[in-house]
Write a protein that binds this ligand. Structure first.
Ligand SMILES: [Zn+2]
Length: 397
């Protein structure tokens, strides 16, 4: 078999990413399983790589002539997928995703990056009008009228390292908060990835509050967070210092001209246990004339991090939107609820993360070495479907 193929991906996953034992024992909680969990879990993962995102369509794949080529030994129904995912232990999959990322780092997947970041952000997905599950958060309009429910979660992702690789998710239902979920998620992700995996944490303005900044300190990671008006005293001090002053430096970054102001002796606010706060203001001039100005705070010392690197860390936050939520929802089925049960929803989200990690590392780091001419996700997707000999084109599922 020449060129990319599902079996080659399976080989890559088992031998290069070290996930063979995970697929043999993926945390199956069923008492008398008829269908091996390995088949079901691999089907969900490779199904999402192929953008087959509903359990019914996975059942169709498992009954198709392509089953053997997909590395799936037994066929199954969508009910088996629902039953198994509702009973799997999420911790096993979380540990496996982190182990794959650690292996990728050892395999030099990030070798051109000086700093590896972890970005966090929350979102809602899986809008439903059905009977609510415990994770269902009612959506209400300004008049208090109900419009179904959403399932909320925080995502943490590797950013700033040349490729965006999701790490873990933490759901938060009614009575919980994005903020509390993000702190649990950061602690767990660093525990799984190891203390020296990443170099910084990045988040938007909601994360620029003392408890979250202290959590980053507990896991020994410097933090870069957007400064907004939720910190009025610091925002005023920044204006007083930077407004009307010429920029301290100007960089050419791609097509953009970037002016920066950078100062590291602002007073910490009352509840924050930092000795002082460093703030960067940037004014980014795009070629089309648009100007974007923003301020970011950090506890990264100036001596270890120049203004341009600080700017790049701030900008790396966008990767979680683009390579995380947008790709995850629009292409890989994160928006779709396969089986409306909390554990199953979580397991499917985690398996989507694993599928994204596998697809990106395989395409951008493994195939990259060959001369296949495959660069984009769409190229790989088309190639895989052609190699399966399927007469069904990839659906939008
Ligand atoms: Zn629900």
């Amino acid at each position: 078999m020449k060129g990319p193929h599902v079996r080659q991906i399976q080989n890559y996953v088992c031998h290069c990413l070290g996930l063979k034992s995970y697929f043999q024992r993926p945390g199956d909680g069923r008492v008398h399983p008829h269908i091996p969990a390995r088949d079901l879990v691999w089907a969900v993962v490779i199904g999402h790589v192929l953008r087959v995102t509903s359990f019914l369509r996975l059942e169709w794949l498992a009954h198709s002539p392509a089953r053997a080529e997909l590395g799936i030994k037994s066929d199954f129904g969508d009910d088996a997928l629902a039953y198994c995912t509702a009973r799997m232990d999420p911790e096993t999959t979380r540990v496996a995703v982190a182990a794959a990322l650690r292996q990728a780092k050892r395999n030099k997947a990030f070798e051109n990056s000086r700093f590896i970041g972890l970005a966090l952000d929350g979102t809602g997905a899986g809008r439903t009008y059905k009977e609510p599950c415990p994770l269902c958060d009612p959506v209400k309009d300004a008049q208090g009228e109900g419009h179904g429910s959403l399932h909320h979660f925080v995502l943490i992702s590797v950013v700033g390292a040349g490729l965006t690789l999701p790490v873990d998710v933490e759901p938060y239902g009614p009575g919980d908060s994005e903020y509390a979920a993000a702190q649990r998620l950061l602690r767990r992700a660093v525990e799984h990835l190891g203390p020296r995996f990443a170099d910084y944490v990045v988040g938007d303005g909601e994360y620029a509050t003392a408890p979250f900044l202290h959590t980053s300190g507990e896991v020994a990671l410097p933090v870069v967070a957007r400064l907004k008006e939720n910190l009025p005293l610091l925002a005023a001090a920044v204006r007083a210092r930077f407004d009307g002053q010429p920029p301290q430096a100007v960089f050419q970054e791609g097509d953009d001209r970037v002016e920066v102001w950078d100062y590291d002796h602002f007073d910490a606010w009352e509840t924050l246990d930092w000795p002082e706060v460093r703030v960067l203001r940037y004014r980014q001039h795009k070629r089309d004339g648009t100007v974007i100005q923003a301020e970011w705070l950090t506890n990264f010392p100036i001596i270890k991090l120049g203004s341009l690197s600080f700017y790049r860390m701030a900008k790396s936050r966008w990767e979680i939107e683009n390579g995380g939520f947008n790709d995850g929802k629009n292409r890989y089925g994160m928006e779709h609820i396969c089986h409306h049960e909390p554990n199953s929803i979580l397991i499917v989200w985690l398996l989507i993360l694993l599928a994204l990690v596998i697809e990106r590392l395989y395409r951008l780091r493994y195939l990259h070495r060959g001369e296949h001419g495959i660069r984009s996700a769409m190229d790989l997707l088309t190639y895989l479907w052609l190699s399966l000999g399927s007469r069904s084109p990839p659906g939008t599922g």
